[in-house]
Design a protein around this ligand. Structure first.
Ligand code: PMP
Ligand code: GLN
Length: 381
C-alpha cells in the first residue's frame, strides 16, 4: 500500500455499513435511501439495457443527459449552459469532485473548504497535493463564520470548495453567506467548486440558491450534482458538473483517466428523471421533511440535543446530555449498546474538539425503520 493511501485509512461509511451488516443493527449511518426512486426511471434504464445501450458512451456523457442537465439548470435556476461544452457527466458526484480537484488544483495550492467536510474532499485534495484551509462550522447552528472565511483566504488560495445543502450538518447557505463567498471569490479571482448534490432536499421553505447564479460567479463556478440524491438511485453513480467550458474541460481532462466514461444505461434514465415535474421534487422533499421531523423528535425524546437540519438526509445530535462525550467511541459501541449505527461527525473535522460530541443520523429511511431505531435507542436513557 502506498503511503498516500495508507494514510487515508478506511472511509467511515464502509466501516459503519459493514458494522451494521455484521451486527444486524439498524443502519442510520451511510446516507442512502431504503426506498428506490420512481419506477418509470427504472423502466428507462431497463429498456436501455434491453435495447443495446451497453457499450461505452461518450466520455462527457450522452447528449440526451447533457441536454437534460442544461435544461434542469435553466428551468430551476435560470442558468443557461451549452450542453456541448459546459456540462459533463461523471461517475457520481464523487468523481466530479475528484476530477475537478485533480483538474484544477496544483501541488501547494490552497483550497478553502467548509469543515466538517464530506470525506472524499480531503482524500482527493491530498492526491492532488492541494492544501486544505478549513473554515469550521460549529454547533448549534453551523452558520458560516464570515470572518473565519475571510481569514482562510490567502495569496496561495486558488479555489473554494463549498457544499450547500451541507453534509453532515444540514446547513443551507443564506443570502449573506453566499454573498460573502462571492465577494471573496471575485476579489481574489478564485475558482469556486460547489457541491450541490442535495439541491432539491431542503425543508421548511429553505431555498437552495446555486452559487453560480450570483453576479460575477457564473464564469468562475463549477457546480456539481448527482442523480443519486435527487432521485434515490445512489447506487447508479450518475453525477455531473456544469459551468464554464474551461472548468468543465479541466474536470474531464482528469475524468478521462479516472473512469474514462460512466454507466451507459443509467444515463438515459437520469435524463428522463431530470424532466420530472415540480410535484415530484416537492413531494420527495416533503416526504423527507416528515422523516426528518420523526427522527429529530425521537432523538430529542431519547435525550440528545438535536440540531434540526435545513436540508440533506442527515440530522446531528450532541450526545453529552446522555452522559457520553466522544462520538467516535459512542458510534463504535452503538450497535452493541442499542442495535443502531450512526456516524461520528468528528471524522469530518480537522478541529480536534468541534465535532467530538456530535453524531450524524440519516433519515432517508422508511418510517418503520426510523421507528425501530428510535425504539432501540430508548435503551440509552
Ligand atoms: N457530496 C456530498 C456532500 C455527498 O453527501 C455525497 C453523497 N455520497 C457525494 C458528494 C457523492 O455523491 P455520489 O454518490 O453521486 O458520488
Ligand atoms: N453521501 C452519503 C453519506 O454521506 C454516502 C457516502 C458514501 O457512501 N461515501 O453518508
Amino acid at each position: 500500500t502506498s503511503a498516500r493511501v495508507a494514510g487515508l485509512g478506511t472511509t467511515i461509511f464502509a466501516e459503519m455499513s459493514a458494522l451494521a451488516v455484521r451486527t444486524g443493527a439498524v443502519n442510520l449511518g451511510q446516507g442512502f435511501p431504503d426506498t428506490d426512486g420512481p419506477d418509470d426511471v427504472v423502466d428507462v434504464a431497463v429498456d436501455a439495457m434491453r435495447s443495446g445501450v451497453n457499450q461505452y458512451p461518450p466520455g462527457i456523457g450522452i447528449p440526451a443527459l447533457r441536454d437534460a442537465i442544461a435544461a434542469h439548470q435553466e428551468r430551476w435556476y435560470g442558468l443557461t449552459l451549452d450542453p456541448a461544452t459546459e456540462v459533463a457527466v461523471t461517475t457520481g458526484a464523487t468523481e466530479a469532485i475528484a476530477g475537478a480537484i485533480l483538474g484544477l488544483v496544483d501541488p501547494g495550492d490552497e483550497v478553502v473548504v467548509l469543515e466538517p467536510y464530506y470525506d472524499s474532499y480531503v482524500a482527493v485534495l491530498e492526491f492532488a497535493g492541494g492544501v486544505r484551509k478549513p473554515v469550521t462550522l460549529r454547533a448549534p447552528d453551523f452558520r458560516l463564520d464570515l470572518d473565519a472565511l475571510r481569514a482562510a483566504v490567502g495569496h496561495r488560495t486558488t479555489a473554494m470548495l463549498i457544499n450547500s445543502p451541507h453534509n453532515p450538518t444540514g446547513m443551507v447557505l443564506d443570502a449573506a453567506e453566499r454573498e460573502a463567498i462571492r465577494d471573496l471569490a471575485v476579489e481574489h479571482d478564485l475558482v469556486v467548486i460547489t457541491d450541490e448534490v442535495y439541491e432539491h432536499l431542503t425543508f421548511d421553505g429553505a431555498v437552495h440558491v446555486p452559487l453560480a447564479t450570483l453576479p460575477g460567479m457564473r464564469e468562475r463556478t463549477l457546480t456539481i450534482s448527482s442523480g443519486g440524491k435527487s432521485f434515490s438511485f445512489t447506487g447508479w453513480k450518475v453525477g455531473w458538473v456544469s459551468g464554464p467550458a474551461a472548468l468543465v474541460r479541466a474536470t474531464v481532462g482528469a475524468k478521462q483517466f479516472l473512469t474514462y466514461t460512466s454507466g451507459a444505461p443509467f444515463q438515459p434514465a437520469i435524463a428522463h428523471a431530470l424532466g420530472h415535474d415540480s410535484a415530484y421534487f416537492e413531494g420527495f422533499a416533503a416526504t423527507l421533511q416528515a422523516r426528518r421531523d420523526q427522527l429529530c423528535a425521537g432523538l430529542e425524546d431519547v435525550g440528545f440535543t438535536t440540531y434540526v437540519p435545513q436540508g440533506t438526509y442527515f440530522a446531528t445530535t450532541d450526545i453529552r446530555p446522555l452522559g457520553f462525550d466522544d462520538g467516535i467511541a459512542f458510534c463504535r459501541a452503538l450497535p452493541e449498546t442499542a442495535g443502531v449505527v450512526a456516524i461520528p461527525t468528528q471524522v469530518f473535522y480537522d478541529d480536534e474538539d468541534a465535532g467530538r460530541p456530535l453524531v450524524r443520523w440519516a433519515f432517508c429511511k422508511q418510517e418503520s425503520v426510523i421507528d425501530e431505531a428510535l425504539r432501540r435507542l430508548q435503551a440509552l436513557r
